[in-house]
Write a protein that binds this ligand. Sequence first.
Ligand code: UDX
Length: 436
Amino acid sequence: RTVAARIVVVGTGYVGLTTGACLASLGHHVTCVDVDAAKVARLAAGRVDIMEPGLAELVGRGLTKGNLAFVGGARDAVRDAAAVFLCVPTPMGAGGAADLRAVEVVVAEIGDALPSGCALVTKSTVPVGTARRIGELLGRDDVPVVSNPEFLREGTAVEDFLGPERIVVGSDTPGAAERVADLYRALGAPSVVTDAASAELVKYAANCFLAMKLSYVNAIAELCERLGADIDAVTEGMGHDRRIGRSFLKPGPGWGGSCLPKDTSALLRIAESVRYDFGLLAAAVDENIAQRDRIIARIAGAAGGDLAGARIGLLGLAFKAGTDDLRDSPALSVASVLCAHGAEITAYDPAVAGDLPGMTVADNAYRVAKGADVVVVLTEWPEFRRLDWHYLAALMRGDAVVDTRNLLEPGVVLDAGLSWQGIGRPRRAVSATSVS
Ligand code: UDX
């Protein structure tokens, strides 16, 4: 069993709030700190703004049990902590490197208030060498710095935290990483205990590998189209090989979200800083832009060759289904290029309300079809499969559907008198139905 510890989590964003609520559910005494007083007040009242299954329930339970609290002042909160988790943002800064200012501000604020022996843990993704740098900033031999990267996916953050495939913890202070790993003991997950730099690199190495896997799949999908093969069959055939694995093999409009773009860019900068030319990773990033541009070309083709004045209806804006997160969403990237070419854009996403620059955001899927030349599926929301495609077809001005997630049932779309183009799949037009 886990021995209950006093833990402070600094930052109540995606990672911080999940970390705090989940550690409290394991029995620890957790205080979450944020500089945003209004947010602290909402959370203390049990109101969770983030769309994440199970999170609001865990927050509510922790508040009721009394082992989860939300406060404004970090210095006071850390005074009797056994571990302090830094979960502040590390966005992409100038030139693509991670911006560590938020981490530095917190370290400066709490540094001399930390009790002796307290572990200062980085959970945000930080460049390799950050633990060492924090150690220098801190200037205290009695406070070990520990790296404990988080691998949670949006939409399944609580599930990922409470059922992890591994716990990674690293420190250059003997014994400190083991003590942080012990906080997770109740989860029964394998733990990788190592030095600080290795733990920091695991996070980048894993996320960049996933990005390369997706760019590879998108490139193979393009080959499928040119060679008359079907990406679903190809990835199914690949996925049975356990060395490759079945997941992360779906082609799409390119990868996005709050992690993969920023982490690929940061690792390229890290490699550069030690004069390593990481061409393999750079190519994966370039391929992601090429994929987006191929999608644009496909939409332009479906609109009759010219995007100026074309009416394009977008289904989906979030970077993946199950989230309302628009950060680095490939859908927004596609939309901005369409808009720059003079297309008129109406979009619908079940999790997004309110207009966005360059487009009208509708409150239901049928409104995007109204008068549209092309309807484009950009996020894999399951409900798009269940739309009434006959009704949609009747509302449209044109007849083209571009399905960048291979989400729809092509037969259903074709039956409605529309054309359907997926990714990495043989092209099918209205005439194809009469043949079959
Ligand atoms: C990712 C990592 O999975 C997680 O371990 C890390 O801690 C944070 O970054 P997340 O950003 O929530 O998680 O999204 P993820 O589900 O990994 O998807 C990333 C992008 O890849 C999305 O744009 C998604 O649509 C795309 N994707 C994913 C595909 O195009 N095809 C796939 O088969 C899987």
